[in-house]
Design a binder for this molecule. Structure first.
Ligand code: SF4
Length: 431
């Protein structure tokens, strides 16, 4: 899909340009030293754009300091401010960094006021050459939209179209759009609907792709590869972020693989493929296990998601059965373990997210089919965990809230007890 070009500092997204790889710091933005060090590592690893959270106006000066320190060192990687729940922060950040991500679901409570504030944001962006990402997430659709369209891919597309129309009304086109979801089916459908509508309208903004809260390890990689590759293989998507609940440096090789594959710089290592009705049997000659896992996810994820295939078999690989199970789960065709939703963490995270997520996975592994979320902060976590049956949400100060569906059932639980309490609640509810 041919899109407009968007300039973000020294990087161009869209048009005929290669797919841009981006990531996000998980340092506290107020810790300028640590954030600068992480940005340097991420840029060296291949990140072409880096996002930092800006939770309050107080962090605007930290953001400026990080940017200045990087530029003084000759590191020109464009920076992006990630802003939620405050249009004022977005407006302030727009004169400091190259791009501002806003979430339509929480830009401003009042829709009319949101339009006014967006106009102000656009003015600052025009003055400074700043880009905007309209970054909608499935979990944070506002009530006004869900009352009209339900909690659906259509609702996501409609919500974002309202904002794109506002961009056009304000004659502002330096805009990238995302419609992320943790559910690969919802994510792929939402982007497809949006791509179709933009093409029909003749105003085609570049798309930022990602499977949000994908988790970690093999599962996070496979889920991200399934969702992102399904769209890139259709020519949809101009910049990508693979969100893993790990060190963000680990995201880069996965994202780079996807960018290279769909920029036609590399090919699958599959050496044989047999089709028996709706079953595929494949063998690979991959140089590494990670490469095998990604090749396999991209070769078959979309076909499973779209129900062109019902089954896959992997021949000649030690953990073939496990990889097939993971792929089937990522494509939402078979749930052989719980479905985990875990945010990647960012400057808002106030506890050991990676360690806690691993422990939650270890202790809930038997709860096949249940959706369990582990979220880094109480500000965005509850809104972002979409369809989770249970949620473990960090409050800060060593405390945790436990959610059942969208409602908190226990608050201020000490971190040391929180997994036990979560397990007790699940067991009681299952009785
Ligand atoms: S939910 Fe996670 S990634 Fe999102 S803002 Fe909170 S800590 Fe950051």
């Amino acid at each position: 899909m041919k899109t407009m070009e968007v300039k973000v500092g020294n990087v161009i997204i869209g048009g005929d340009n290669p797919i841009v790889v981006q990531t996000m710091c998980n340092t506290h933005t107020s810790d300028v030293e640590a954030s600068v060090a992480q940005c340097i590592r991420l840029a060296k690893a291949g990140a072409q754009m880096i996002r930092l959270t800006v939770p309050s106006l107080a962090q605007i000066e930290d953001l400026r300091a990080i940017r200045n320190r990087l530029r003084d060192k000759g590191i020109e990687v464009p920076l992006m401010a990630d802003v939620h729940f405050s249009s004022e922060i977005a407006i302030a950040a727009a004169s400091v960094v190259e791009k501002v991500r806003i979430n339509p679901g929480n830009f401003h409570k009042d829709h009319e006021k949101a339009k006014e504030q967006f106009k102000k944001l656009v003015e600052v962006c025009k003055e400074n050459g700043t880009a905007i990402r309209i970054g909608l997430n499935h979990g944070s659709l506002g009530d006004r939209i869900t009352n009209l369209y339900g909690n659906t891919p259509l609702a996501m597309k409609e919500a974002v179209m309202e904002w794109l129309k506002m961009c056009v009304e304000n004659d502002f086109y330096n805009v990238v759009v995302s419609l992320k979801a943790s559910n690969t089916f919802v994510m792929v459908e939402a982007y497809r609907l949006l791509a179709k509508e933009m093409e029909e309208s003749g105003v085609v903004f570049p798309l930022h792709l990602g499977v949000t809260e994908a988790g970690n390890g093999d599962g996070g990689r496979i889920k991200s590869a399934v969702g992102i590759s399904a769209l890139l293989s259709e020519g949809i998507g101009n910049t990508i972020r693979v969100s893993l609940t790990e060190d963000p440096e680990n995201e880069i090789p996965v994202a780079q693989y996807l960018a290279d594959r769909y920029d036609h710089k590399i090919h699958s290592s599959m050496v044989s493929l047999t089709l028996e009705g709706k079953k595929a049997i494949a063998t690979y000659d991959a140089p590494t296990r990670e490469r095998l896992l990604l090749d396999f996810s991209c070769d078959f994820g979309k076909r499973l998601l779209d129900k062109e295939l019902d089954e896959v078999e992997l021949i000649g690989c030690e953990d073939a059965e496990y990889l097939v199970d993971e792929l089937m789960q990522a494509a939402r065709r078979k749930f052989y373990r719980p479905e985990y939703i875990a945010c990647p963490g960012c400057g808002r995270t106030m506890y050991n997210l990676e360690g806690t997520f691993e422990e939650v996975k270890r202790r809930t592994a038997h709860l096949k089919g249940m959706v369990i979320a582990v979220m880094g902060c109480i500000v965005n976590g509850p809104g972002e965990m979409a369809d989770a049956d249970w949620g473990y949400v960090g409050e800060g100060n060593g405390k945790v809230s436990i959610y059942k569906g969208k409602s908190p059932v226990l608050r201020h639980v000490p971190e040391t007890e929180a997994i036990d309490r979560l397990l007790e609640l699940i067991e009681k509810a299952e009785d």
